[in-house]
Structure formats: C-alpha cells, structure tokens
Design a protein around this ligand. Structure first.
Ligand code: ADP
Ligand code: MG
Length: 478
C-alpha cells in the first residue's frame, strides 16, 4: 500500500509586548519564579482583565502579512480545564470568532517549486504557567511568570504532505513573525512552539485518516523527526490491522519517539463560552491602518524580486531573505558588484564563516562595505575568485582591507600574457607523458596542467588566460 501523509500545524508564538495580555505584569524572560504574575494573572477574586492594545496591534500586523482578513469583531472565550499551572481554571482564548481569518503563506519546495499553505485562522490567547519537574525531589514546582503572556496561535489547513513541507512551513511562519517584529521567535525560551497534527491515508483517497497531535515541539529538527516517527508508527498500526487512535502525543527527543499523553479532548470538553469579563474586540479601519503602517516589505515579495529583477535562483533568493539582516547585508553588498556574485558570497563563503564562529550576519567582522571592497576586485580582474577567498580569510582575521592585503601579499593576478606563456611552456616541456596522454584523447589531463600552472603562479594566473593558452598549445600539431 502507498501511503500519503497529511499534516496541519498549530503554532504558538509569543507576542513581543512588554506587559501581559490582560494585565500590566512584565513578560521578560528568565525572572525569578513567581515574581511576574499579578492578581489578574492569578485570577484572584474581584480582579478584571484589561486587554493589552499592543497585543492586538501585533496580531493585526501578522494578519496583514499573510494576506488575511482582520475580523471587525472578535470574541474572547474561556477555555476551561484543570491543570496545576493554570491558576484560574480556564485560559482566555478566542474560539468562534478569531481576530485573524483565512490567510496563506508560500513555501519553497525542492527544485524551486513554490507551494501555498493555507492558514485557517490566528487567534489571541494567554499562556499558562510552567511546571518545573527538576530540582524538586518527588515534587513539581509551579512558576506562574508565564501565565498571561500574550500568544498568537496560528492554525494551518491540513495542507502539508511531508515532514519537509511541515518544516518549511514552520520556518516560513517563524521567518514572518520575526521579520515583522511581532515575536522574537526564540525557540529555546519557548517563544515559538509547534503542535503537529499528523495522519496518513492510502494514496489517492479523498478522505483524511484519523490524526494524532504531537504537542509542544520546540525545534525544527525535532519537528521533522517527530513527524517522521509518527508517520511510521501510524502506518505500522494500520498495516498491523489496528486503528489509529485520535490522541495527543509527546515527542521524546532522547528516545526519538512519540508517546501518548492523553486521549484527544473534543472542543466541548472545554466548555468554551464568551468571557463575561471582556467586551467583544472591535477593530476599525483606522486601527488596522495604524497597526500596519510601516510594515516592512515582506520576504516573499523580495524573494520574487530577486529572482525576476536580479536574475538569482529561487534557492539563492530564499537564503538571502531568511532574515531582514541578511537581506540588508545583501542589498548593501550589491551596490559594489553584481547581484550574482554578491549572492554567491553571502550564501557561500560568508555564511560558512559566520556559521563556524556562531555569529549573526549583523555582527559579521567583515561588513558589507568591506566585503564589497573585495568583490569589486574580482570583477575588475585584479584577483581571481580563489585568491579572493584567501583575502577574505585575512580580512576576517582582522588583517585589514582588501586592497591593502592584496598589495602587501602580492596577490594581484598575473595578466601579462608573455609571463604566463613562459610558465605554460615550461610546464608542458617538463611533462611530456601527460602531453601525450592529452593529445591521444585523455581530456581529463587538462585539469592537471591547469593545476600545475596555478601552483607555479601561486594561484595568481588569470584562469581564463591559462585555459586559453593551454588549449592553444596542447592542440595536436599535425
Ligand atoms: P481542534 O479543534 O481539535 O484543534 P482543528 O480542526 O482546529 O481541530 O484542527 C487542528 C489542526 O489539525 C489544524 O492545523 C488542522 O489543519 C489539522 N488537521 C485537522 N484534521 C487533520 C487530519 N486528518 N490530518 C492532519 N491534520 C489535521
Ligand atoms: Mg486546535
């Protein structure tokens, strides 16, 4: 049997407000436990929640960024359940009328194909506290600092068909929330958590299979692994004659497996009802205009522009729009050289160097301007691309600017044809066996000669000139 996977994601992203969604308590990460929850967050008797306007502003920005409708009127509801880290006994969320309606995002598949993933809705809600299982022997500690932190829950359509697509979509949403500045997206700190709904069905079937939901995945790598495991598990269950049970599961990264957590509750288990303490949220055009004023140009638009106007590949354009700082760096670099060369360096040599030192591009020791000073020397023929890598390394290590390094180390490309010609002649004379091989049709030997010339010139010969000279001199003399 051929199986097809169906995946829908629910993403919780923490909104970057200074205070909680219904109280003035601070949201800063890492404070001493239970020092940032006030009476409202704790749901003490007699308190009333007051909606944080900034949280609404950020939700509206997101809605605009994914081309979604913003609801003129939305409702806060109470989602009732019992859990030690939920002091009120209910979570304020949005149920029937979310603030952000249907939207869409694009993901890039292998081979540069673009696929659209539907976003069903995005709604505002408050976070719960946190249970701490370490440090307390046989006990569980409760830290309520996070209670009441504003979240935007972004629910996708079941549009993804593989773990790779799910990861691409999650990365895309992560990119957007950071790009428009509504969330820091910090996954280690829990500011961006993914629940994956996974089912399988016989390929060709219209109807979806029964799904399970894997909760609270906080890395893209785990997301991919958890889904992969879950697909295999479900197929095994069905092929073994069993049925997949709709349930919530947890991913255990150490064992690389998912485990049942609880059977899935139905919506009516939560006894949702409109929160009587909160008025309907009414948003007018003026509010939307204000909230979305100054929204930066979005990565998808820039990506398309880089492909169509600058002639870059989808792959390169995608990497260059991974974050705003990368795009900004590229834009600045592009002033100095061709977009293609700039793209190659940002995605190649520079990315590798940043990666090795664990630096963000904004903190690159070689700024766009300095790198531009190097790349223009490739374009004007002063140095070859290969020598440029050597110069770059020196720049990275603080040895100065491109031109100075090129001069001091005598790295200028040899362009004097007669000088190169002499070296070529010399090498051909010293290697008669290889010359014979080449002339009898062994084309591969050509690379050997290029290598020898480059070695003799310490990489400074102009590769094109070397190629031409060699071809000319190696031509079979009749
Ligand atoms: P609930 O109300 O139980 O959370 P929803 O209908 O809101 O369920 O769906 C939650 C998520 O599950 C959505 O992202 C949706 O795309 C996804 N989903 C729904 N059905 C399936 C299915 N059969 N397989 C995979 N994902 C699904
Ligand atoms: Mg749901």
């Amino acid at each position: 049997m051929q199986w097809e996977t169906v995946i829908g994601l629910e993403i919780h992203t923490q909104l970057a407000t200074r205070s909680k969604i219904f109280s003035g308590a601070p949201t800063a990460f890492g404070a001493e436990p239970n020092t940032q929850a006030c009476a409202v967050d704790l749901g003490l008797p007699g308190v009333l929640p007051v909606l944080n306007k900034e949280a609404v502003t950020l939700a509206v920005r997101f809605g605009r960024a994914i081309g979604a409708e913003i609801a003129e009127r939305s409702i806060f509801a109470r989602k009732n359940y019992f859990y030690p880290d939920l002091p009120k006994g209910y979570q304020i969320s949005q149920y029937e009328l979310p603030v952000v309606g249907k939207g869409r995002v694009e993901i890039l598949l292998d081979h540069g194909e673009v696929k659209e993933i539907g976003v069903t809705r995005a709604h505002l809600e408050e976070d719960a506290g946190k249970s701490l299982h370490e440090d307390f022997h046989g006990l569980t500690g409760i830290d309520l600092n996070r209670a009441g932190t504003p979240l935007l829950e972004i629910v996708s359509e079941p549009d993804m068909r593989s773990p790779e697509e799910a990861v691409a979509y999650a990365k895309k949403v992560h990119q957007i929330v950071r790009w428009i500045g509504i969330s820091d997206g910090n996954m280690q700190e829990g500011s961006f958590r993914v629940d994956a709904n996974v089912s399988v069905r016989p390929r060709g079937d219209e109807e979806f299979g029964t799904r399970t939901e894997i909760k609270n995945i906080n890395s893209f790598r785990f997301l991919e692994r958890a889904i992969r495991f879950e697909i295999e598990r479900q197929i095994d269950v069905i092929e073994g004659g069993g049925e997949v049970v709709q349930e919530t599961r947890l991913y255990d990264a150490d064992k690389d497996e998912t485990r049942p957590m609880r059977t899935k509750e139905e919506a009516n288990d939560y006894r949702y009802f409109p929160d009587p303490d909160l008025l309907p949220l009414v948003i007018d055009q003026e509010f939307i205009d204000k909230a979305t004023a100054g929204l930066p140009e979005l990565p998808d638009a820039i990506r398309k522009d880089l492909v169509s106007a600058a002639g870059l590949s989808e792959y390169d354009a995608n990497l260059l729009t991974a974050s705003r700082s990368i795009t900004e760096f590229f834009r600045e670099l592009e002033e100095w050289c061709s977009p293609k060369l700039a793209a190659n360096w940002v995605n190649g040599e520079l990315a590798a160097a940043l990666n090795r030192s664990g630096l963000d591009i904004a903190a690159s020791p070689v700024s766009a301007e300095r790198l531009g000073g190097l790349l223009r020397r490739i374009e004007d023929g002063t140095i070859s691309g290969k020598i440029a890598k050597q110069v770059f390394e020196a720049m990275w290590n603080g040895e100065g600017e491109a031109d100075a390094i090129i001069n001091d180390k005598g790295l200028k490309q040899l362009t004097d044809v007669s000088e190169i010609e002499g070296i070529v002649d010399d090498i051909l004379a010293k290697n008669p066996t290889q010359v014979g091989q080449y002339r009898s049709g062994k084309d591969k030997v050509f690379g050997f000669f290029v290598g020898q010339v480059m070695k003799a010139t310490k990489g400074k010969a102009n590769p094109q000139q070397v190629n031409e000279l060699l071809k000319d001199k190696l031509r079979v003399k009749r």
